[in-house]
Design a protein around this ligand. Structure first.
Ligand code: COA
Length: 305
């Protein structure tokens, strides 16, 4: 997919993407790199990090792998120290993409299972943002340093078997707003992106096993899932000067999927049903009037949908 942005739109920027060694995180790192940024990626598994750094380097991207766990504040502080040692002081873009999830009923979810997801998503976003704050403040980027928290839509309303992740992503969205409020005066913009169903991801494999066709049928925008590229382009936008006055927002990138509800009346039957109801209510009036005169009235039954 060709990017609609200028290839040098992020030239000179330094970025850190947590959970950047695979999936959506890797595509975000790749697109930040293809638009001119030097990119550090963090992850738990050294071998996966090494392969990701090699893949990014093969595309001409200056990349650095940082092993560790977002649940450890010490890990996060170490990453910032390492990247500043390598590339000098300051951080321009932080993408909090590390996340954990699985399907579990609330009664079967152990307290440790709940805590694990809360810690990876919510505490991890806080740990990395907090560790990065001095470096973000030191950014010389005229449009401000940018933090982008990758969230979700499953906590809007409620989602089956996602009590833990919904709680965690609600906390992430709340952090987005709180940090935007507190860090604006330092020129640090904080936004979120809420991806919907994205094809070829661990999320789809874990959360909707075998349900690809059904999921697609519930996506209003062309009944198509999103691509990792769609999320990465939203990150490039939020990191770029085009979003210089955007802070505290969560951009939903889901083809309107979270708004989907089953249709109570099929599209082709809407007009007939609607006019039928109106006709019937007119008919009630007419019937009453006509009863005296013995007529049946206009309209007729609404349904036969
Ligand atoms: N259903 C119910 N509970 C589960 C579970 C599942 N599918 N998978 C893990 N858990 C529970 C474990 O049983 C454990 O609780 P317990 O100690 O009470 O038994 C707890 O979660 C922690 O599991 P553990 O495997 O030790 O955690 P971890 O830190 O190694 O892994 C996960 C975290 C479970 C989230 C793991 O899937 C992961 O690291 N995922 C990252 C990638 C990812 O999930 N991406 C999808 C994003 S949508």
């Amino acid at each position: 997919m060709e990017s609609p942005f200028k290839p040098d739109i992020l030239k000179g920027r330094v970025a850190l993407v947590t959970g950047g060694s695979s999936g959506i995180g890797l595509e975000i790192a790749r697109q930040l790199g293809l638009h001119g940024a030097r990119v550090a990626i963090s992850g738990r598994r050294q071998d996966v990090l090494d392969s990701a750094v090699a893949a990014l380097a093969a595309e001409g991207i200056t990349a650095l792998g940082l092993q560790g766990d977002v649940r450890s504040a010490a890990s996060c502080e170490g990453w910032i120290a390492s990247l500043e040692q390598r590339w000098g002081p300051g951080l321009d873009v932080l993408v909090n993409c590390a996340a954990g999830n699985f399907l579990a009923t609330a009664e079967e979810l152990s307290p440790n299972g709940f805590k694990t997801v809360m810690e990876i998503d919510a505490l991890g976003t806080f740990n990395t943002s907090r560790a990065a704050f001095p470096a973000l403040k030191a950014s010389r980027c005229p449009s401000g340093a940018a933090v982008v928290n990758i969230s979700a839509t499953l906590q809007y309303g409620a989602t089956w078997w996602q009590a833990h992740a919904s709680a965690a992503k609600s906390a992430v969205d709340s952090l987005t707003r709180s940090l935007a409020l507190e860090w604006g005066e330092f020129g640090v913009r904080v936004n979120g992106i809420a991806p919907g169903p994205i094809e070829e991801t661990a999320g789809m494999a874990k959360l909707a096993p075998g349900a690809k066709e059904f999921v697609q049928s519930t996506i209003p925008l062309r009944n198509q899932m999103g691509r990792k590229w769609d999320i990465a382009m939203a990150v490039v936008f939020l990191a770029s000067p085009a979003a210089a006055f955007v802070s505290g927002d969560v951009l939903v990138v889901d083809g309107a999927a979270w708004m989907w509800r089953p249709q109570l009346v099929e599209r082709r039957a809407v007009s007939r049903a609607s006019r039928g109801v109106e006709g019937r209510s007119r008919a009630v009036g007419l019937a009453t009037e006509e009863k005296a005169g013995g007529g049946a009235g206009a309209g007729g039954p609404v349904s036969k949908l």
